[in-house]
Design a protein around this ligand. Structure first.
Ligand code: AMP
Length: 185
């Protein structure tokens, strides 16, 4: 008999993300996706849930942020049948790049994108494992816009809503899709 109930996902993704207190420093709880990606059903479900809203959105490129964004981004690109483009830390990409500085709690960092990796007007889905303050993802959005890519949306496995990164992206006119949320830092 056909059921009208929405399909419930099989795996409780939150329960297979490991939390490590005081890493990399006191007061931070590190949300470790290595336990999620080591779980075949959990990894498969997270990739499907990240991609689901974009199956019919004519995405041209999935862009992933180094390093954990590569794991989900590569799998989502394969599922959508489109190419994958890496955004990397400064000095890692061999071709001509555009770069963007962004603020960290102490000091700043820089990410880079190959300038020819996205054609003007291409529709981009930007992926990372986690959004905290949104500084990294916001800089990545700026890079994609600099090469005239169109950001259709950003997607993250984990949101830390208290750090308001998703709000920051929405204020820039960027749609945000997240799978699970953890309160606190
Ligand atoms: P932010 O720029 O503050 O949004 O930080 C996002 C980046 O830092 C992502 O690439 C995350 O992988 C990493 N990150 C920040 N906070 C955490 C955390 N509590 N646990 C795991 N990764 C984190």
């Amino acid at each position: 008999m056909a059921s009208s109930k929405p399909q419930t996902p099989g795996v409780d993704l939150k329960s297979i993300i490991r939390s490590i207190p005081d890493y990399p420093k006191t007061g931070i709880i590190f949300r470790d996706i290595s336990t999620l990606i080591a779980d075949g059903s959990g990894f498969k479900q997270s990739v499907r849930q990240l991609a689901a809203p974009y199956l019919d959105q004519n995405i041209d490129k999935v862009v992933g942020i180094e390093a954990r964004g590569f794991i989900f981004g590569g799998a989502v690109a394969d599922l959508l049948g489109v190419g994958f483009v890496p955004i990397r830390k400064q000095g890692k990409l061999p071709g001509k790049v555009v770069g963007q500085d962004y603020e960290l709690e102490y000091g700043s960092d820089r990410i880079e994108l190959h300038e020819d990796a996205i054609a003007p007007g291409e529709r981009v889905l930007l992926l990372d494992d986690l959004i905290a303050t949104g500084g990294t993802a916001s800089a990545a959005v700026d890079l994609v816009r600099r090469v005239e890519g169109e950001i259709v949306a950003t997607a993250f496995v984990i949101d830390l809503p208290d750090l308001k990164g998703a709000d920051l992206l929405r204020e820039k006119g960027v749609a945000v899709h997240t799978l699970v949320a953890f309160e606190g830092l």
